[in-house]
Design a protein around this ligand. Sequence first.
Ligand code: HEM
Length: 393
Amino acid sequence: MPDTVPVYRPDLYSRAAILDPHPHYARLRELGPVVRLPRHRAYALPRYAECKAVLRDHDTFASGGGVALNPVTNRMSRDTTLASDGADHRRRRTLLAHRMLPRALRTIQEDVRQRAAETVAAAVRAGTVDGVTLAAALPLSIVPDLVGWPRDGRDHLLDWAAATFDALGPLNGRGVRTAPANLAMLRYTRALVRDRALLPGSAGADVLRAADDGRIGPAEATALMIDYLAPSLDTTIGAISAALHLFATHPGQWEALRRDPGLVPNAVHEAVRYESPIRGFARTVRRPVELAGTPVPAGARVLVLYASANRDPREWTEPGTFDIHRDATRQLGFGYGRHGCAGQALARLEAEAVLTALAERVARIEVVGEPEWLPNNVIRRYARLPLRLVPAR
Ligand code: HEM
């Protein structure tokens, strides 16, 4: 690796850096557009422009070698949509994404709104709630039904989702400790595909049909089920719980949202910008390139730090300010380009439904205890968020 590239030695994946990552991102952004992380044998991209350029150029920056920071997960995830390129990626993504396009989601829109209204009404009755439980209610009730996951097999879903994200970081203690959970999820999913145990009419049933028709192989069918489920829970819970905390700590913004609920879609983007649920994924460089004047050799791994790009002062005015009036739609928290989040319309529908229901019924959100972040290599979400919901008269 060329030694003109700035180096950052602190561990981005230490517990302290995971719980308080933004000072690390700020230092990385100051060091330069491309920063070497010797500990992780990768180049970090902490600024917005380079992150977007890399996500756009999927021919040069491949996902096919895996997007994790360790070779074990990269090997295990090679049948997924996330970790594929070209024709493999197109085939998998087409199969997966059509159920989550805005047109397809129209059929469940009313149901999502109804469930959000019920969840919020119960939370308002309770008065004091854990914001994480509130944020989890909708994803946990919508996604497993959409995927067709058996009703009696849902107990471990959240643990498995967190384990998947831990495994997408480096092979540190946290990543290694998740091996049993990841294997359990793989075994369970394989059995579902083998026994055809997915709910009829679901997205999972589509995947089984594609396997029957020979459009995908059995390993791909299992991987696609995991593709659907693993990234869909913690991420959305992260976005909704971050929004709850942000509105609790910015009462003026909450009042603005209540006055003008038309701001809800942008508020969701702003929450994802401000506390991006996925901190970063890697790419493999296919040919020698220059990024902002920095030469990067073929075979190198670059780490696209969505969470840092979303706080880059070169792109955003006062990036550390939560402001639902700014145009946040270009934030990179859902990725960008060909691998941009396939489930973002669903995630946004869920988050918007919860915020809209809350805005109708809640005058103020208050933090009533110490929030705790979940220690996870890749996902940023609260583990605990004690809130009081003060009802509107
Ligand atoms: C707030 C919630 C969410 C966030 C922040 C988020 C974030 C992301 C990001 C950053 C990527 C890009 C990966 C890359 O660049 O390599 C991605 C991809 C993906 N997401 Fe999401 N996601 C969310 C919700 C969901 C949901 C609800 C689902 C499914 C129901 C989902 C399924 C996927 C899939 C399948 C991909 C892989 C797409 C591909 O490689 O073509 N995500 N997501």
